[in-house]
Design a protein around this ligand. Sequence first.
Ligand SMILES: Nc1ncnc2c1ncn2[C@@H]1O[C@H](COP(=O)(O)OP(=O)(O)OP(=O)(O)O)[C@@H](O)[C@H]1O
Length: 237
Amino acid sequence: MSVLSIADVDVERAGLAVVRGVSLLVDPGSVTVLLGANGAGKTTLLEGVSGAIPIARGEIAVEGRRVDRMRAWRRARAGLAHVEQNRGVFADLTARENLLVACGPGRSPDRVLDLFPELRKQIDAPAGLLSGGEQQMLVVGRALLGEPKVLLIDEMSLGLGPIVVERLAAALRALADDGMGVLLVEQFAALALGIADRAYVMARGEIVFAGDGAALRSDDSLLRALYLGESTTGSGV
Ligand SMILES: Nc1ncnc2c1ncn2[C@@H]1O[C@H](COP(=O)(O)OP(=O)(O)OP(=O)(O)O)[C@@H](O)[C@H]1O
């Protein structure tokens, strides 16, 4: 069973349907990437899934259990974690304190430090002094401390250099290999497809491709056509 299933979802912004009829699956132990040009509706879809904004139509289920009528915090309890675009750290708190605020009682942040050992040497520094990549590790780490079943990540690479982005991508792949479902929204298609099992492309609010990550990775012209919203034959949906 999919850990996250999105079926025929519409989401509106200011009365306009900017996500239309989107269906998408994330399997446990896999990375699914959602690609698409600026304004395609990717962020809006993730916000509808996590409950930051309401959906206008459709169904969302975590491990088969409907969550689309739940408040965001209940969806989080059901196993959904959402790392929002441009989500920051608490700059004045130390890295350790940033993690501790996300830990349940009696839990420790060790799991995050095992995944991102580079945070250990900075653990008592104010988080605002960490590098951009380390701050993103903290943000992802905080989301992981709720022990989600599925992690939604929006534009993880924004403003970061290629080395640290590769490092973060490897960590996401490791989380998936450990059993979690990951849904990654990314502008950098090549990077995302490098760790993807399944890929979707959105254009103007709709899914225009659903398929194997490897199929898109090996077909530059298909990807370009999908981004530009040109019609394609064969591989689209
Ligand atoms: N708060 C808002 N109010 C009204 N319209 C919005 C709002 N946020 C986004 N939109 C519009 O909704 C559409 C989808 O935007 P969205 O941010 O979901 O796209 P995206 O694919 O995530 O693009 P980006 O990579 O630029 O974030 C765009 O036309 C955008 O202008």
